[in-house]
Design a protein around this ligand. Structure first.
Ligand SMILES: Nc1ncnc2c1ncn2[C@@H]1O[C@H](COP(=O)(O)OP(=O)(O)OP(=O)(O)O)[C@@H](O)[C@H]1O
Ligand SMILES: [Mg+2]
Length: 378
């Protein structure tokens, strides 16, 4: 007998009393192919009687070839030491009190990792095994996140090491040979140390933001925000630090809806976008603030801010990567975290951000924030 891959699940024998509390999968009209995980069932002789679509995908073995074959042939699993798992566990002749195997990381031929758990179905508690039910779960997605964590740690370590190496080098030199340097030389070294220490502090602040964004803990404390005035303050700061006032053009469309947002976080977004436009772009930086349609349904009003420059812009093929962590296009780049954080903050406000080409040929970043409802009015 064989339970085909598309027929409803029937693993219980008619002699056994039904389990009404859990519902019957067949009664629910469910078939093995509907299950998200791989399901393999072997009968009392160890022959495969069910091999669902997910099992076929994970093992890369078509169900037709698996059905009817011995369990150890359909699923030639090995543990991480290379031992054959079915021989090791021996479900049919092993200890009669065994009820199954807990989840374990095993290998398929070709070294593909898979998470496996098994259940042994017996008619009586210590009777012979009538069915072996095996669940398979792909570990690819889990591995990918693990890999991305490992890469993040490697990158962070690297980013921290270079400024700290410079801090260590200059302080050690100054301590060892203080008398041999002129005041100007000492000042230059201390300025470098100061700048590198700032870089480390900034990187750590950015990493903390990232961890909040990634874990969904970024808090948005909404207050009325005058975004035009906020942009104006940033421009003034640039002018005060020596940039020419002609470099900036601020245009505000009217009437702007009243915007409720987190002022500090919006400042962070503006500061990153303007800094990028000044550092990576060229020519005039134009900031357009306009009323627009909300990216969220049921909320009609929103404000959009567009920052455009006249520099080289972002190459078309890299546009979908600018918002990822640690991506930087040019040598002039910083750590490549700025836009990732900007996107995280905008999205935490329920907004959206896009990148494109400015009319003048440079980069154009546009974010749209729904007007937002203050927390106390919700
Ligand atoms: N206005 C722009 N014009 C041209 N390239 C840009 C512009 N804005 C960003 N980029 C490119 O996108 C990359 C990523 O920007 P992002 O702000 O995320 O990082 P960063 O500026 O390099 O470093 P950080 O902001 O963390 O100090 C930059 O390295 C740069 O190559
Ligand atoms: Mg930046």
């Amino acid at each position: 007998m064989s339970v085909g891959t598309s027929r409803p699940l029937k693993t219980r024998d008619a002699r056994r009393p039904p389990a009404p509390r859990h519902g019957d999968l067949a009664e629910l009209g469910l078939c093995p192919d509907d299950l998200p995980d791989g399901l393999v069932i072997a009968d009392e002789h160890g022959r495969v009687v069910c091999f669902n679509a997910a099992a076929a995908r994970i093992t890369a073995l078509p169900a037709e070839r698996a059905l009817g074959s011995a369990l150890e042939h359909a699923l030639p699993l090995e543990d991480l030491e290379g031992r054959r798992w079915w021989q090791l566990t021996d479900p049919y002749r092993g200890l009669a009190i065994r009820v199954g195997q807990p989840e374990r990381n095993l290998l398929l031929p070709g070294g593909r990792e898979v998470l496996v758990s098994a259940r042994y179905v017996r008619d009586e508690p210590t009777g012979p095994v009538r069915r072996v039910i095996v669940c398979l779960r792909d570990t690819e997605a889990r591995r990918r996140t693990e890999r991305s964590h490992a890469e993040l740690i490697a990158t962070v370590a690297h980013e921290l090491r270079s400024p700290l190496t410079s801090v260590k080098g200059f302080t050690a030199t100054l301590l060892a040979k203080w008398e041999r340097f002129t005041d100007d030389q000492k000042k230059l070294m201390l300025e470098t140390v100061d700048a590198d220490a700032n870089r480390v502090t900034r990187l750590i602040a950015e990493l903390l933001d990232i961890s909040r964004i990634d874990s969904g803990r970024l808090e948005v404390r909404r207050q009325p925000v005058d975004i035009g005035a906020a942009v104006g303050r940033h421009i003034q700061a640039y002018v005060a630090s020596g940039q020419s006032a002609d470099r900036f053009l601020l245009r505000i469309g009217h009437p702007l809806p009243e915007l409720w947002a987190d002022p500090d976080k919006i400042d962070q977004v503006l500061s990153n976008l303007l800094e990028n436009a000044v550092r990576h772009g060229e020519g005039t930086v134009t900031i357009d603030i306009e009323p627009s349609a909300s990216p969220r349904e049921r909320e009609e009003a929103a404000t959009s801010v567009t920052v455009s420059d006249e520099g080289p812009g972002i190459p078309e093929e890299s546009m979908n990567r600018v918002f990822t962590r640690f991506w930087r296009g040019s040598k002039r780049g910083g750590t490549g975290l700025g836009l990732y954080i900007v996107k995280g903050i905008v999205e935490a406000h329920g907004g959206t951000i896009t990148v494109g080409r400015a009319p003048g040929g440079g980069a154009q970043f546009r974010f749209t924030l729904p007007v937002g409802t203050p927390a106390h009015l919700l």
